[in-house]
Design a protein around this ligand. Sequence first.
Ligand code: NAG
Ligand code: NAG
Ligand code: NAG
Length: 554
Amino acid sequence: MKCLILIYLLAIFVSTAYTLRITDCQVVILGGSTAAFSAAVASASDGVKTCLIEPVDWVGGQMTLSVPAIDFSHGEYRKGNRTFPLRKYSTMKENNTPSFYEAIHLSPDTGKCWVSPTCYLPKVMLDKAFNPMEKALSATLRVFRNSVIKRAKVEGDTIKEITVIQRTPKASTKCDGYDKLLHESLDDWYSESESSRFNKQVLTFSDAGVFMDASEWGELLAVTNAPYLQGIAEKFDGDTSGQGDSVCGQETTFTFGQRITNDTVKEEPNPYPVEHPEHYGFRSDRKWERVWTYRRLKAPKWSSKAQIGDITSQNVDEGNDYPFGYLFMSKEDALKSVQRDEWMGGVNIETIRGAELLAVGWHYWFKNQSSTTWGDRLSLAKEVTGTCHGLSKVPYIRDTRRSIGIDDFVIKIENLIGDFTISPVAHVFYDRVAIGNYPCDIHHMKICKYPPHMKKYDTLPFFIPFRAMTNKAFKNLIVAGKTMAQSFMSNSAVRLHPIEWSSGTAAGISASFMIKNNIKSTREVLDRIKDLQQVVAKYTPIKWNIEGKYYPQE
Ligand SMILES: *[C@@H]1O[C@H](CO)[C@@H](O)[C@H](O)[C@H]1NC(C)=O
Ligand SMILES: *[C@@H]1O[C@H](CO)[C@@H](O)[C@H](O)[C@H]1NC(C)=O
Ligand SMILES: *[C@@H]1O[C@H](CO)[C@@H](O)[C@H](O)[C@H]1NC(C)=O
């Protein structure tokens, strides 16, 4: 008997040591995106206990992990003798979230690249801006790094609990656990068992007032089996029936850094097979030097030429953009993996492998294109991504699983476009909580056919409504970033850094607003939308400033 009790006690000890129960987060954010970090910063700044679950060890999403060059709206519209300078409006301080503006001020442009006014090294953004922001909020913000979601418990229209696996690299694991390509590592990330490279800790998060899906892969939507849209499964813009092709969408890209040194660097030849040599090339207007300076992150001085000391980041259509497979498994297969408790992100590992090999091949092809100029002076700049292999820890993605909001709400393309000579801003939603602007930008997959309505639209300065941050099945679920309730086309214009940050901030404040006002359901927030807007406006603009006038003018 004594022995049995001992075994029983031991079992309890082992299992409780193994699963850590965390019950004191008021807002739990499943992160990975730029919106996740801005939401966490906003909610924690508003005084609410916030827990952010990050799949990797760097916060910031696309701002640090894959595309450290801010994609502000570009170009200008012309009609008759009138012009409408979008780049000017979208870069103005008044039209950006103050915390975003502060971050890009703390990590200013060092690249003199031509895609953006702000190109920087990710590590500088982390050290100067994001990590200090996190530290300053340590009373209310806790970040769980290297952590992925495994499953969730729901009860009716409420998410009760999520289970997360946190991995800690062992002392012998190189590059803080980023020694292997993602396709070789992902199953380990999602496994509860200790491996040769990682120790594991299972964490459960419960008793939170709000759960937020601000993950890159829309994983909370998938593991709770919430209604969501995926890929181009839309018969018309904003169709929520979900019928159609859910394994076609936008291209996925593994980005990487390169540098030019004065000394030659001996790099090993490409260790991987080149599966699509025909893919690599330049558009006629995109010669080697144009690609090099496109997302250049560091340059000793301004020059349209490549120079010794330059560091650049590669993210190029005919280079590392992967057009041969979609990142996400079909909705049916994703549901099966949830039901079998075999969740591993719901992604297609073959696509990840193919995209990683395509990116490595692009490095070698691109380098070889310049053999006469730089040749052996060009090498991978691994500190850009913080991995042993040089590729980004996670892929850059342009679309993901997208929520279907309250009353089937999704942002439609007609809400984002218009004629600037009639109104300088797009549709004014009554429940607007953020602003943004970018043109629709689809990177088409080669193997897919796109319906005719998926074409290029020019957008006006637009608004993001609170309804886009809801899900019709779960009253305590908020979505942020690319998971918002929006059509495929709308997402293609909303997915960029400044808009993820502004809408993420609004999502974070919406969550803290629910906690502070003891609001249990996103639908109730709509009844108090004016109150929410008042608070949100302290953190991020909900009006556009255009030529000194505010829109909407009320
Ligand atoms: C632009 O054209 C309109 C009519 O076409 C004219 O009334 C106006 O004076 C013009 N403005 C400028 C700045 O040329
Ligand atoms: C490159 O190295 C040479 C020889 O050591 C030196 O003279 C030159 O100044 C260096 N150039 C740069 C840009 O560092
Ligand atoms: C580099 O380019 C040359 C000339 O186009 C070609 O012959 C060679 O095979 C290329 N090498 C690699 C490693 O791609």
